[in-house]
Design a protein. Sequence first.
Length: 202
Amino acid sequence: MKRTLIVAFALFSMTTLVKAQTFSPFKVDLAVGAAIPSGAGSKGGVLFAVEPKYAVMDQISVGLRLEAAITARGAVASDGSSASGKVAASSSYVATGDYYFSNKSFRPFAGVGAGIYSLASADFDANNQGGAVSGIASATKFGGLIRAGFEFGHFRLGVEYNLIGSSKEDIVYNGQSLGTITTKNSYLGIKAGFFIGGGKKK
C-alpha cells in the first residue's frame, strides 16, 4: 500500500511539475562541429551528435549524448619521438546533465556527463623512422565531459571537453621492439546545431 501511494505521489508531482514548466520537457539536439584531439601529432576532424533530453524542470535537463568523432590521434614514443595516426571514427554514449542560467529566449548553460567511449584502432607512421609502427588497438573506456554554451530559440552552440584516459601499446619496427607509444584520447568538441521540441509552451 505504501509503495502504491509513493508511486502515485511521484507521478502526481511529476505531472504537476511538467505543467508548471515554461518549456516543453522533451527535445532532441542535433549537432555537427569540430573535434580537436589532444597530444602531439594529432589532427583535428569533425563530429556528429544526437542527444535526446528530458527537462525535469526548466533549468535542469538530463539526456543521453550519442556522438561520433572522426580524428587522427597522435602518439608519443618512449624515446620522445612523435607519431601521426590514421583518420578514424570513435563513438561515445554519455549520460548528461545541463543547468540553464535563464528561462528567457537566450539561455546560457553549463553541463557535465559521464559514459562509455568506444575508441577505434589506430595505425601510426613514425616521424623519425619513416615507416610504420604497431598501432593502438581498439578499446572501450569510461570517461566524462564538461561543457558550456547557449541556446537561442532552437539554435544551440556549445564547447565540450571530453576527458578520456590515455592508451599505451608496444612499438614494433622491422620486427624489433622499440619501447611503447602513448596516445592521448581526450578531445575538445566545438559544435553548433538545433533541437527539435523543447520550445516555449503556448
